[in-house]
Design a protein around this ligand. Structure first.
Ligand SMILES: Nc1ncnc2c1ncn2[C@@H]1O[C@H](COP(=O)(O)OP(=O)(O)OP(=O)(O)O)[C@@H](O)[C@H]1O
Length: 196
């Protein structure tokens, strides 16, 4: 009896109806298992790439790799789909080292591991080399106020310059819906409605 009750409480995956559901997708509210999640997630990304003709065979693509979760997932999925569906892309990891001790130096270690795991060449460009200043040195001079604005502008330019050095056709980043919502809200709070 106890065993039956236990079984009744286990929710099975909405898609395969075999394995235990491990998460609820915010997008569909379906409760699905880990394996089905990987499958539908990767297939949806493939469909978006194909439908929107994001890439052409032979293109060189840089993946903006911060070592955080979003760009690490991006690097994994893109290298996997490139292999699985023969996109014919030349993929590279491109990282910007802002020179923030105790933060970027740690995450760059993750990117170096990704270089080996996914077999993707890695290029690191640093604020120190490009601009002559690390972010730590900039903060020492201008203080903490507004330093994120400087850093964001420098990072975008550093990504552009790294992309030019690698001679890539396109640069992809792991920006997601949360990042877009954050940008819109910040622009509204600043009173910069025109940007939205
Ligand atoms: N130092 C960096 N070097 C290379 N790419 C970067 C760097 N920082 C950010 N990016 C790119 O910009 C995207 C958005 O970065 P941001 O820090 O705003 O958000 P995030 O959602 O925390 O991303 P992640 O989890 O990948 O760090 C990243 O996914 C990555 O593609």
């Amino acid at each position: 009896m106890e065993g039956n009750h236990e079984k009744a409480r286990v929710r099975l995956c909405y898609l395969c109806n075999q394995r235990r559901a491990a998460l609820k997708r915010p997008k569909t509210l379906e409760q699905i298992c880990r394996e089905c999640f990987y499958e539908v997630f990767e297939e949806e990304i493939h469909q978006v790439i194909v439908k929107n003709q994001l890439f052409k065979p032979g293109e060189r693509i840089a993946i903006g790799a911060s070592g955080g979760k979003d760009s690490t997932v991006l690097a994994y999925v893109l290298s996997e789909l490139n292999r699985r569906h023969n996109y014919g892309l030349d993929l590279f990891l491109l990282s910007v080292d802002e020179g923030i001790t105790g933060y970027r130096d740690d995450s760059l270690e993750t990117v170096k591991r990704n270089e080996l795991q996914y077999g993707l060449p890695l290029k690191i460009v640093s604020y120190k080399d490009l601009y002559g200043w690390t972010m730590d040195e900039i903060v020492k001079t201008i203080g903490l106020k507004n330093n994120c604005t400087f850093c964001g502008v420098f990072r975008r330019q550093a990504l552009d310059r790294g992309a030019a050095l690698l001679k890539v056709d396109k640069l992809v980043t792991g920006h997601n819906a949360d990042d877009i919502a954050e940008t819109v809200l910040l622009n509204i709070l600043r009173g910069d409605i025109a940007r939205d």
